[in-house]
Design a protein around this ligand. Sequence first.
Ligand SMILES: Nc1nc2c(ncn2[C@@H]2O[C@H](COP(=O)(O)OP(=O)(O)OP(=O)(O)O)[C@@H](O)[C@H]2O)c(=O)[nH]1
Ligand SMILES: [Mg+2]
Length: 446
Amino acid sequence: MTSATSTIVALATAPTAGAVGILRLSGPAALEVGRRLAPGVPVEPTPRHAYLASFVDAQGRALDEGLFLYFRAPASFTGEDVVELQAHGSPRLLQLLLARALEDGLARPAAPGEFTRRAFLNGRIDLTRAEAVADLVAADSESAVRAAAAGLSGALTERVRALEEPLRSLHADLEGVLNFPDEAEGADENSEARVQALRAQAEALLSEAGHGRLVRRGARVALFGPVNAGKSTLFNRLVGEARALVDDEPGTTRDALEARVEWNGLGVTLFDTAGLRETPGRVEALGIARTRELLAGVDLTVLVLPPGTSEADAERWRAEAGVTDVLVVDGKCDVAVGSEAPGSAPRPRVSGLTGEGVDALRESLLSRLWGGGTPSAVALVSERHADALRRAAEALSRAESASRLSTLEVVSGEVSLALEALGELSGTSASEALIDAIFQRFCIGK
Ligand SMILES: Nc1nc2c(ncn2[C@@H]2O[C@H](COP(=O)(O)OP(=O)(O)OP(=O)(O)O)[C@@H](O)[C@H]2O)c(=O)[nH]1
Ligand SMILES: [Mg+2]
């Protein structure tokens, strides 16, 4: 923790004009530097008290008037002395205040995420909560805000702890039996069942990673299908504005278009794509190639068919989506002539033109993407978390077979590997490099 004794400073608000701009200091010299900017504040200010203060430059000339707040270590976000100056939100003024704070060399500019990193290093928050801070700042849908807020209040931490603690006591029991067979006799009795239960628990948490990804990045949904099926019209209807060009000439859409919507709090990026057909023109062919590429990278595709498409043709179009999940609908249902192929299950019908069936389509998209439950109840499992959980679950699964076939040493060794993987999650056994990588994601001032 080499840099923890330095004092850092950064603007905590975005560098654009706003009602309020915040300069934040953390470290042993925070109060001294803060008071150089606001000399009117008492030498020993009351912590957590808002002082109305005049902010001045090195010559004592007034720059602004605002609030001065002092948080005394360790009762602050970072666990160090923290000072916040709340000034008017002029980017130029804030630059002057920042320059003044740096002028005497008592403070240095903060690196991205350094405030949160200090909070973590000083034990104020664990790693999953620190990550929730970054998630909250990046959240761009209601579900992402709610899930990050749940993470911030420790939802994921709790679940990891509920796994880590029994695992640790299992490990202690096994090591006890191995090292002090007389004293600890019998402590390993139901170890197989304990390992099994913990493995299932790790896997259950792991299975929420898909939901975590949807919440964090938003879902990606692409409309595709044969030319002229009414995809762009439906796209416009789903987005709520005329974004895509619509025309009765087949091959209207060439570039893929995207629009961001929010459905039931879940962020969804919708794509409209170039219609597929066998003998396209040259430019159109490029668009079709792009459609195929795009389809491989989305969470769900909607195959829009012209009314009366046969089941065999529908199957042929459906194959275009490859392995991606497909929802098949009949478009232009306002003109459909009831020519459904005999024996086939009726497909949902929509009309981008009249809006018929569009709400139902939205509902089925959401339930395909999400299943039951509400987006806010999810534990925000990230790729990093999923990777650590996967390794923990794998080690536990090996421990499980070892508890039937092998020696206790092997079981205990695997349990210890599982513990280590979970420690990376909460941060108790995270390497410096991993911690660096995590805080790189943050913005300056966080
Ligand atoms: N009656 C009716 N006409 C529609 C409907 N949707 C689209 N159309 C018409 O069908 C034609 C093609 O519509 P688009 O939305 O451009 O179809 P597309 O699938 O995007 O076509 P490409 O981009 O060429 O692949 C236009 O003339 C639309 O007005 C619908 O629901 N009902
Ligand atoms: Mg189109």
